[in-house]
Ligand binder design. Sequence first.
Ligand SMILES: NC(=O)c1ccc[n+]([C@@H]2O[C@H](COP(=O)([O-])OP(=O)(O)OC[C@H]3O[C@@H](n4cnc5c(N)ncnc54)[C@H](O)[C@@H]3O)[C@@H](O)[C@H]2O)c1
Length: 330
Amino acid sequence: MDVKNILLTGAGGKIGRALLPELVRAGYAVRALEYTDGLHVERLKNVEVVVGDLRDPELAPSLIEDIDVVIHMANVKENKQLFLDANVKGTFFLLDACKQAGHVRQFIQAGSDARAGIYYYPQPIPIDENHRHSGYPGYYPLSKVLEEVMCEQYQIMYQTPITILRFSWVHDEDDILAHVTLQEPNLGVPVWRDWATTAEQHAYFQQGKNAVACLVHADGSAGQRQIVGIRDVVQSVMLAIGNPTAIGQAFNVSGPAPFAYDVLADYVARQLDLPVVRFEVGEFHDFCIDMSKSRSVLGFQPQWDIFRIVDDAVRFRKEGKSRSTCLYPG
Ligand SMILES: NC(=O)c1ccc[n+]([C@@H]2O[C@H](COP(=O)([O-])OP(=O)(O)OC[C@H]3O[C@@H](n4cnc5c(N)ncnc54)[C@H](O)[C@@H]3O)[C@@H](O)[C@H]2O)c1
């Protein structure tokens, strides 16, 4: 598929800002959508920045003019007031503009493993692409399911050329340390403070002492989950662009393997010279993501396992870098 011009929505967001320079490096001309929530889009050569709001029905037709591939990353997260208008209607306006115009050759939708419920439900087998939609409670998972169903229907009803990339929890900067240590900022689920029951656990928070959390089940075994590094996410999008085999398909995009919290906690504790504190989290179910389809059909080769994600995060802190603005701590 010959691809020259790409529309990137959400270009100022966590994934968008990592993807944009790669698109430019690959030689694409990019129209990048910036929204007025303070997440600015980097001004780069061959990037036309358009400021706009996807809730505006007039915007989508002008955004897709001359565009070969749409990469739709714009989204609000756990936001009851905005998610229907920004995510559901916003995606609908884009899909419908593509249907009307007829020239867009691929519509890449940012999906999420949230649509499969991940840790919220028992997951006796790896989550593959055929796993039914079963988002965990919340407006964000609901919105990820609705967006995907709309995409699937546009593919069925109008042959709109959809590719859905279902990202796991994306890790950049020092996200993994923000998640797994007790110190602020808190990132992701579970929030350790909410699961403190023993005097020892409470003491860490009361005295503002840092430690590394290890998530365990009632039987003492460590929780297991799968996340993805930002560079691997970018790799998956680059592989999907213009790939005719990816049309009409959904792909899981996760790290090379699941990890166990005891292994993560011990590794981080050694690097940061901190103690490990165990937290029993009743609501957490282990899950892992079946990556065979994206490996064999997209040629995706995730490189960032949990140790490499931690190594990058430790380096980020040692270099004294500050975290990018994040509108949703998860
Ligand atoms: N970050 C993750 O861990 C993760 C995991 C799975 C899936 N995803 C999905 O990937 C996509 C990108 O995620 P992210 O983490 O980069 O999100 P982000 O919150 O960092 O960025 C979202 C972007 O959407 C823009 N936006 C919000 N409302 C808008 C509107 N009304 N009009 C135009 N733009 C608007 C924001 O300005 C921002 O640039 C989303 O669809 C998200 O659901 C992300």
